[in-house]
Design a protein around this ligand. Sequence first.
Ligand code: NAD
Length: 313
Amino acid sequence: EQKVVLITGCSSGIGLRIAVLLARDELKRYHVIATMRDLRKKDRLVEAAGDTYGKTLTLLSLDVCSDDSVRQCIDSVKDRHIDILINNAGVGLLGPVESISMDDMKKVFETNFFGTVRMIKEVMPDMKKRRSGHIIVMSSVMGLQGVVFNDVYTASKFAIEGFCESMAVQLLKFNVKLSLIEPGPVHTEFETKMMEEVAKMDYPGADADTVRYFKDVYIPSSIDIFEALGQTPEDIAKCTKKVIESSRPRFRNLTNSLYTPIVAMKYADESGGLSVHTFYNLLFNFGSLMHITMSILKCLTCSCLRRRTISPD
Ligand code: NAD
């Protein structure tokens, strides 16, 4: 029997790729309900879905920031029966905190944190009743490790990690599974767009040094890191499919093995100093952040710090 999979944020990026990969499953094991805020943005998904559209893939509108939209969408699903809920919708926010309005910060939490909580709150009771279901949450490496100038985005992903860590315990009692996917950088157009925006803005409220560190030090390094270490949305879709199909899905799933040492530093030094000083040195004490990051990653990838990741293949 087909499993009903509902995915949020499918008009682009990772969500689109997960929807297409599951809809194209050779054994037709999934009925994918791909949702997006604005159905006028469906073309790319419909094109990528090909002949699965209208068969193993259907579309519904859903805004994770609206109680009504979420309720209406779930009510329109047959018997409100969802086997697998994939919380993918999310937004980024980059820049010096001094120049970001409180409203813009709240919007990030509204989508990344409360949006996911709203979805889980709506879908989980039926899963608990049925004593079955799997909830997937698209977190990030930034849900485990803070990253300079990504302060608020990182905080929103930490929030969701804490929420899920707490929920997972209760859900286990109801035979409902919960898994976090934690990608490093992923090439989606969302990232390029954000970088272009950054170049144009002057960040009022932040002093000249901070703006310089952000624009001239952080941004170029970040672009290098994306280029060198970034995964594709397809990679993340394949990892997610593996997690769904695993007989004993893991709770945490890092997708990029190059990032495991960064996360492990935190556990290697409980004072927190190792992480803070390593990131400080990476950003401010070396000419080429990229060059040094690669060498540190290589030397840190010793067996004691290596953690198992989920690989796309
Ligand atoms: P993306 O911008 O292509 O996709 C995000 C999707 O969420 C978009 O389609 C957007 O329209 C949708 N969305 C935003 N607000 C929404 C709302 N209120 N209701 C419904 N949909 C909404 O970017 P992506 O990289 O594919 O991001 C997908 C997820 O992966 C996000 O949660 C993001 O935080 C996470 N992630 C991305 C990266 C990366 O480097 N790109 C790394 C780690 C984690």
